[in-house]
Design a protein around this ligand. Structure first.
Ligand SMILES: Cc1cc2nc3c(=O)[nH]c(=O)nc-3n(C[C@H](O)[C@H](O)[C@H](O)COP(=O)(O)O)c2cc1C
Ligand code: SF4
Ligand code: FES
Length: 616
């Protein structure tokens, strides 16, 4: 392909080395290597290079990690290596928040100012960061390459916020998540990064037969032996005994609904992929977990990584796929490191590979890192991201089970959903279905954060009430009055104290006009400035809209402006006119957006209006 390369300076040696570390050395001048006489006569390698297009984001990560930003010269070189137009490579690099396409200091500190951290002093932390490191976006001296800091959406450490993530580029790059974070500790971690892990508070109060958290804190997450000693890989053995059809039957009998937010029946998805004659099939674990207030998948992956690998292998077996992917958000360095280690160990010991456990089927897993985009959690956006593209959702249909990754039948499931499958195999589908309620079977993980005594991850059988979950977390901090609870995250909705008796099941929350979403229970006492939280939510959706659909791209901006007017007591016309406009924006976005982001972006504000938290 003739590429129009426009960079004023070519890629540096270090940039080339970073790219080559992923792709291997270039095979010809056509691929960005040294031009030889042969290159003048024949073009070769283009097809092979294009076949690796899906590695674009991996390569961009490599340059970002080595240099701290992705220069036009690096973009040109990557474009040559993968035979993609530089404009397209730039379009991908500039889509994701963790990539920088302008000269940047080598170290960047992302400070969460999202919902749960707001409640836990994010603004004070930002003030202290300004005092210690200069104002947001400015550069201060560090290690010859400089350091800067910036505000960030939720980093998935809401149980321990205020949270921060350090990205440090160089020959020995580092990414560290810190929570709770303070500027001195951030400085220490810049110079001597460690794993930064604190022990999460977890509690499983399920009926006992089903427990997703059973191994958390009990097994060594770096040891396959420890996992096996706790019964690990017995479920895969059982799955093979049942055969793919038998596994599908168990999952169907269990009436398992997806835990990623959409509550779609898992068995329907798996059956559709398994029955699709088009080959190959792919299975994907969605570990992008970016819904503000959500951290359940992080805890599972950090504490029990082999379980996810075993569960994804079961999924591959049932869906007759030989390749699986775990797409994990870039803000989870510890979970990613543990998963990569676990995958390598499982492969080395024959639990992944051409003949899994000697049972005559092939399956392998690749861990792919996201690069900072909430929308990448939407399953078709995630698939685009895995293909090395901008994480823009696709129109559905076709659904991924018909045409997913690389146009092939693909099933995507959330981490918690997959761990539930191991529990199903443990007790059998009908027994699993007997836990919880008729239509919400099994257990659910709830991410408790905000104004509670013991923030953390709580597991309950479906049907527990909201009040019981909050009580389990020690109740409202300091015994203060409850103002409201945000259920389901930024895409969820607020409920008031009168909802404390509401059973947490898919059907009951739907009837109450709200959602469980990704299991967020953000508790707000009477001191919390809910209007400030609403403004953060509207800013979040404005930032995270991928921009493909007008109702979402423009509607999220209009919503933010409208809320600012309401918050400052300067409505255009009257408050009633503003609220009517909000309803209009909401219904257009719900009716005419491609994906769930646009369809839910107005829900939280509308629920707050209904509760009289704003606009009354
Ligand atoms: C904007 C948006 C973000 C999403 N983010 C996630 C996510 O981070 N993790 C997740 O599992 N599902 C997420 N989803 C839902 C996925 O599209 C999909 O329904 C899910 O991965 C399917 O898995 P499940 O059936 O196991 O829930 C998101 C959806 C939307 C619209
Ligand atoms: S609804 Fe919003 S996020 Fe979803 S595809 Fe459209 S513009 Fe992108
Ligand atoms: S880590 Fe700050 S809100 Fe989640």
């Amino acid at each position: 392909m003739d590429l129009r390369l426009t960079a004023k300076a070519p890629a540096t040696g270090a940039e080339r080395a970073a790219v080559d570390a992923v792709l291997g050395p270039p095979q010809s001048g056509w691929e960005g290597g040294t031009r030889t006489a042969l290159d003048a006569h024949a073009a070769f390698g283009g097809r092979a290079a294009r076949a690796r297009r899906h590695l674009l984001i991996t390569v961009l990560h490599a340059v970002q990690e080595r240099i701290g930003w992705i220069s036009p010269g690096a973009i040109d070189h990557i474009a040559e290596r993968l035979t993609v137009p530089p404009a397209e490579a730039y379009g991908v690099a500039s889509f994701y928040a963790l990539f920088r396409t302008t000269p940047s200091p080598g170290a960047v500190v992302h400070v969460c100012d999202d919902l749960a951290c707001q409640v836990n002093g994010a603004e004070e932390l930002c003030e202290r960061m300004t005092h210690r490191f200069g104002k947001e976006g400015s550069e201060s001296a560090f290690d010859g390459t400089g350091v800067t800091w910036q505000r960030s959406p939720c980093l998935g450490q809401c149980d321990r916020g205020s949270a921060a993530l350090i990205q440090r580029a160089g020959a020995d790059p580092a990414r560290v998540g810190l929570a709770p974070a303070d500027p001195d500790q951030i400085w220490r971690s810049l110079t001597a990064p460690d794993e930064g892990a604190g022990r999460p508070h977890v509690s499983s109060s399920s009926s006992g037969t089903v427990s997703l958290l059973r191994r958390v804190g009990q097994v060594d997450p770096s040891s396959l032996g420890s996992y096996r000693a706790a019964g690990g890989y017995e479920m895969l053995r059982r799955a093979v005994g049942l055969g793919p059809q038998g596994v599908l039957r168990e999952v169907k009998d269990a009436k398992l609904l997806g835990r990623g937010g959409a509550a779609f029946p898992t068995a329907i998805k798996w059956e559709a992929v398994a029955a699709n004659p088009v080959q190959p099939h792919y299975v994907i674990c969605n570990a992008d977990e970016s819904e503000p207030g959500t951290f359940k998948d992080r805890v599972l992956m950090e504490s029990d990584p082999y379980a996810l690998i075993e569960a994804l292998t079961v999924m591959g077996y049932a869906c007759e796929a030989e390749q699986g992917y775990i797409y994990i958000r870039g803000e989870y360095p510890l979970a990613e490191a543990r998963l990569r280690h676990a995958v390598a160990q499982a492969r080395a010991l024959g639990f992944l590979g051409p003949d899994v456990m000697g049972k005559g089927f092939a399956f392998d897993i690749e861990v792919r890192r996201g690069a900072g985009a909430y929308i990448a959690g939407e399953e078709t956006a995630l698939i685009n991201s895995l293909e090395g593209k901008r994480a823009e959702p696709r129109n559905k249909p076709p659904f991924p089970a018909q045409s997913g990754l690389f146009g092939k039948p693909t099933a995507v499931n959330n981490v918690e959903t997959l761990l539930s499958v191991l529990e199903i195999l443990g007790v059998g589908g009908p027994s699993f279905a007997s836990v919880g309620t008729e239509n919400s079977t099994g257990t659910r993980l709830f991410c408790l954060s905000g104004c509670v005594e013991r923030p953390g991850l709580y597991e309950y059988d479906f049907g527990v009430t909201l009040g019981e979950v909050i009580d389990a977390a020690g109740g409202v901090r300091g015994g203060r009055p409850l103002q409201a609870v945000l259920l389901g995250g930024a895409a969820g909705s607020f409920v008031g104290p009168s909802a404390l008796d509401m059973p947490l099941t898919f059907e009951a929350v739907r009837a109450a006009g709200t959602t469980l979403g990704s299991g967020v229970v953000l508790v707000l006492d009477d001191t919390v400035d809910v209007v400030a939280l609403l403004r953060r939510i509207t800013q979040f959706f404005r930032d995270e809209s991928c921009g493909q659909c007008v109702p979402c791209r423009v509607g999220t901006v209009r919503q933010e402006e409208l809320l600012a007017r309401l918050a400052s007591g300067t409505p255009r016309g009257s408050v009633a006119t503003e609220l009517a406009l909000l309803d209009d924006i909401g219904s257009v976005a719900r009716d005419a957006s491609i994906c769930g982001l646009g369809q839910t972006a107005i829900s939280a504000v509308q629920s707050a209006v209904k509760l009289g938290l704003i606009g009354s």
